[in-house]
Each structure stands twice: as structure tokens, then as C-alpha cells.
Write a protein that binds this ligand. Structure first.
Ligand SMILES: [Zn+2]
Length: 94
């Protein structure tokens, strides 16, 4: 844990948020000292996962992950952006 914080604090890598692709949460470009986080996909997929828990409370974690993956694969890129944006609009800041 401490090593990760030191890595972040070192400023060796710039961290950016950008869309990458439907199946890439993040990537690293060592030659550019850049780490890109696909915040849109992270938020949308995490939310769909929790939505599946609400819709199918009796299913196992494994089954929920499977259903989430299936739904994410059916969603278009614009739909993923819409879900992520709606979720971020409703996030309550603590
Ligand atoms: Zn879960």
C-alpha cells in the first residue's frame, strides 16, 4: 500500500481520464509516463453490477458478474457513456 502511494506521489506518471475501449479499464504508456483510466467504463460497469444485485438478489456473485458482462457486451459505447454520466450526475459527495 505504502509503495503505491509513493508511486503516485513521485509524479513519475501523469494520470489522465479518457475513454479507451469497451473492455479496457485502464492502460499504461511507459514511454510517455502516462496512465490512462477509463473512468466512464469503470463507473458504468460498477453501477450495472450493483443494479444486477438489486434485480437478482438471490444470485451468487459469480452469476452477477456473468450477467453484468453480458449486459455490458450488449450496450453500445454511447449507452455506456449515458449510464456513466447519469450515475456521476447523481453521486452524492460526502
Ligand atoms: Zn457483487
Amino acid at each position: 500500500m505504502q509503495e503505491i502511494l509513493e508511486f503516485i506521489n513521485s509524479g513519475e506518471y501523469r494520470i489522465e481520464a479518457d475513454w479507451i475501449s469497451k473492455n479496457t479499464f485502464a492502460h499504461i504508456v511507459p514511454l510517455e509516463n502516462l496512465i490512462v483510466l477509463n473512468i466512464t467504463l469503470l463507473v458504468a460497469e460498477a453501477f450495472v453490477h450493483e443494479y444486477m444485485h438489486d434485480k437478482y438478489p438471490y444470485l451468487s456473485e459469480k452469476a452477477i458478474i456473468k450477467k453484468t458482462t453480458r449486459m455490458m457486451n450488449r450496450m453500445t459505447v454511447p449507452q455506456i457513456h449515458t449510464v456513466a454520466q447519469k450515475v456521476m450526475d447523481q453521486i452524492e459527495l460526502n
